[in-house]
Design a protein. Structure first.
Length: 404
């Protein structure tokens, strides 16, 4: 290169670096900001600087013809192929058109005598010769065509990659929504049941269906005096650990957590899907709840702290219920309603007056058979039920660990 060409090349490279620095600073102070117009400015500046090499090479001994036989055409091919990384079809097409326009202008300038040293040979029909300064016009037109062709390929690649990225983004959003729904469902369904519900989106619609299920209500006995004797933060801590144990028990037997009721809870078995022996599962849950409460008291050191140990009462009833999403489209709750639900709640409340831990309905007893030792309770009037329904209690003292 001549000194004049080297100086011009330094200006060319320096201009590119200055522009890149300006863009970097611009984004540094405008983080996470998208400027759709900037890519077109960048394409224009980049391609213009590249094609200016033809003018600079005029100052070299070989003249502008060096531009055609040097690395610039290869750089243009690489540049336009890499433009696909912008994932913008419009930007790739703009780069394609601008490349074709600027390359054609450079060739026209050479053929028209813009380069005095090569002018005597620009119209020669013989093979292009770098050493002789001969330009093959047809060859150069073909070169421009293939450069533009590669740029067009980049547009196709950008279109494909953009489509895939958008699809991936949609899939990611769907996956995030699914995880949110799964997390929400896992609050009252076991993991397996939550996945089954998510597999059938219609289950999220308002309305309900008639099901045959077993309902369990549990409640902590005399919790109010305990709550009044300790700090509120400790009450919350005890309840959270207690409910963690109880919910884990419900889920381990395939039950559904319907709701928390102060210091009690409601669980459903046989909803939203049929499960075998849901009456037995419910009774086993009640028995394990009692065992876990005893272990909880020992772990918390309730007696050592001068606190009354926790004890629970459980009511269980089997029968028809209406299960489904109840509420509004903006806020709904999956729950069960019906006489069986009310009956189970009444049975739980009877434990206090009867001095029992588990009270079950006759329908539940009939399904259990001799699965666990039971005792018949004296006839009682139950609010909301006509007559005096037959009630039973599980003889906890006769239950062995092998039964649970």
């Amino acid at each position: 290169n001549t000194e004049a060409a080297n100086a011009a090349f330094l200006v060319q490279i320096g201009s590119a670096l200055v522009y890149v620095t300006m863009v970097y600073v611009w984004f540094f102070f405008r983080k996470n900001r998208y400027a759709p117009w900037l890519k077109f400015v960048s394409i224009t500046i980049d391609l213009t600087l590249l094609h200016m090499s033809a003018l600079i090479m005029t100052w070299n001994t070989s003249g502008a013809v060096e531009y055609l036989f040097g690395v610039v055409p290869v750089v243009l091919v690489m540049w336009n192929l890499l433009s696909a990384l912008r994932n913008s079809v419009v930007a790739c097409l703009y780069s394609t058109l601008l490349t074709g326009l600027l390359s054609t202008m450079v060739l026209y300038w050479m053929v028209g005598g813009g380069d005095a040293e090569a002018a005597h040979a620009v119209f020669a029909v013989e093979k292009a010769d770098f050493g002789a300064g001969v330009i093959g016009v047809v060859d150069e037109a073909t070169r421009i065509f293939f450069i533009v062709l590669t740029a067009s390929v980049s547009a196709a690649v950008a279109w494909t990659s953009r489509r895939l990225i958008i699809q991936a983004a949609r899939d990611s959003l769907e996956s995030a929504k699914l995880e949110q729904q799964k997390e929400r469902l896992s609050k009252y369904l076991s993991k397996d049941l939550a996945e089954l519900v998510l597999a059938d989106p219609s289950l999220f619609n308002l309305g309900g269906s008639r099901r045959f299920a077993t309902i369990l209500f549990s409640d902590i006995r005399n919790f109010t005096p305990l709550a009044e004797s300790i700090e509120p933060e400790e009450v919350v801590q005890i309840l959270n650990e207690y409910f963690t144990e109880m919910v884990d028990t419900v889920f381990s037997y395939g039950g559904t957590l319907d709701k928390f009721l102060g210091d009690g809870l409601m669980a459903v078995f046989g909803v939203p899907f049929d499960i075998p022996f849901h009456e037995r599962r419910t009774v086993l849950v009640a028995l394990e709840m009692i065992q876990r409460v005893e272990a909880f008291n020992a772990r918390q050191g309730m007696e050592k702290r001068g606190l009354s140990p926790l004890s629970i009462g459980v009511g269980i009833a089997t029968g028809p219920v209406v299960a489904g999403n109840i509420g509004s489209p903006e806020r709904m709750e999956y729950t069960c309603i019906g006489d069986t639900v009310n009956f189970a709640a009444r049975l739980e409340a009877l434990n206090k007056s009867l001095g029992t831990s588990i009270v079950i309905s006759e329908a539940t007893r009939d399904a259990l058979g001799d699965f666990v030792p039971l005792k018949a309770l004296p006839p009682l009037k139950v609010k909301g039920k006509s007559g005096e329904p037959k009630l039973f209690t599980v003889d906890v003292s006769q239950v062995t660990p092998a039964m649970i």
